[in-house]
Design a protein around this ligand. Sequence first.
Ligand code: SAJ
Length: 435
Amino acid sequence: MKRSLLNKIKNKSVHITVLGLGYIGLPTPSTFANQGLRVTGVDVNSEVVKTLNSGEIHIEEPGLKTVVQAAIRSGNLQVKTNLEPSDVFIIAVPTPITAKKTADLSYIEAAVESIIPHLKQSNLVILESTSPPRTTIDIIRPQLEQSGLKAGEDFLLAYSPERVLPGKILYELVHNSRVIGGITPASAEVGRELYRSFVEGEIILTDTTTAEIVKLMENTYRDINIAAANEFSRLAEKFGVNVWEAIDIANRHPRVDILQPGPGVGGHCISVDPWFFVEQASDEAKLIKQARLVNDEQPDFVVKLLQDEFEDLKGKKLSVLGITYKPDVDDIRESPAVEVVKRLHDMGVEVKAFDPYVIGKADDLNYLEEDLQEIFVGSDGILLLVDHHQFETLDPEEIFPLLKHPFILDTRNVLDHQAWLNAGFEMKILGDGRD
Ligand code: SAJ
């Protein structure tokens, strides 16, 4: 079983099918295809398939459009809505979180269900989606075995999480180290040969549950570190110091590396994945849960800073810069900026926001303006929530005359503060508690 698949990988006759063509599912098949491998990308959303086949892409990621177009043009990548028999099936569908903070595995289960009728002897199935511990052996394995084939004996099964950073996906896909957990050593070894076709980083083999936990630990570690930074920003306000200066000095210690505070933690990964530990092990994951709560409360802290400035926020007009979950991406999933705006609306604040990456892409957010100047006219103040590069070069002299009240709260500490002060603005930086 192992040898026949290895030979196909070596002589590039292997057929790979990737299920789910989102942020991760789209770069992966395109990269395989550009290495000369035959790949089918499958997505249940026919609009996505139509967009890709017309030469466009449905997500914003530097360099991705060129890579996808090249893959489709080469004939190595075909994009479809339906599955066919294949040698390898890679599952890269989302694992969202429910309102009760539990993992929603329905996309993974539906993907596995669609593989079952096509599963053959010697196939390799790889799960890439971030998943709660033991998903591969306790859920995927028995589900696939409903086919009558036995995992590890008739077909190979592995878990290999994606660890790429949105904004740098194409670079990190190739250069990051990669972990592959197999339900048998052969499952991991064949997986290694497959990913070796484009991965230049180290490939580490282990078992499936270790690989699942590694992925969750990485994002949890980052979440806890950001929670510390956010809590330090509140302490700095309380004790009258500047958290940015304090973190900068502390980070010169050889064993300290504190991350940056901000309006909260968003995105589909870091604000979600730690809950998978909490859901399955609430007694053990106490710190993890607390860090999540600290980060989820940070939008309230931003609102409190505004309340300190404006005694009564009701009826005020505020100009919001940025609503994505982080800079220079178009993703607003779990965005703390959206949370801040929700709270402001609840308090009767009129919000006008501008985000260069979300123009025309979020019809439900009716406070978004297409014209940057428009948001400043008659406003009582500016609230910078996302450090898009474009905002660093805003000209405070030009903006000043448009506002009713020249106030700005910079939650990311990215603006040239002296320039804004010189232009006549009253300036507040999140975490700067000095008078
Ligand atoms: N953030 C801060 N302060 C910081 C760093 C980040 O407030 O110092 C905020 C961001 O603004 C954002 C959130 O945290 O709201 C997450 O952003 P991020 O850039 O840290 O991470 P993601 O969610 O874009 O990608 C993460 C990455 N994980 C790690 O770095 C451990 C990436 O490698 C993963 O592949 C990705 O999650 C994923 O898909 O799991």
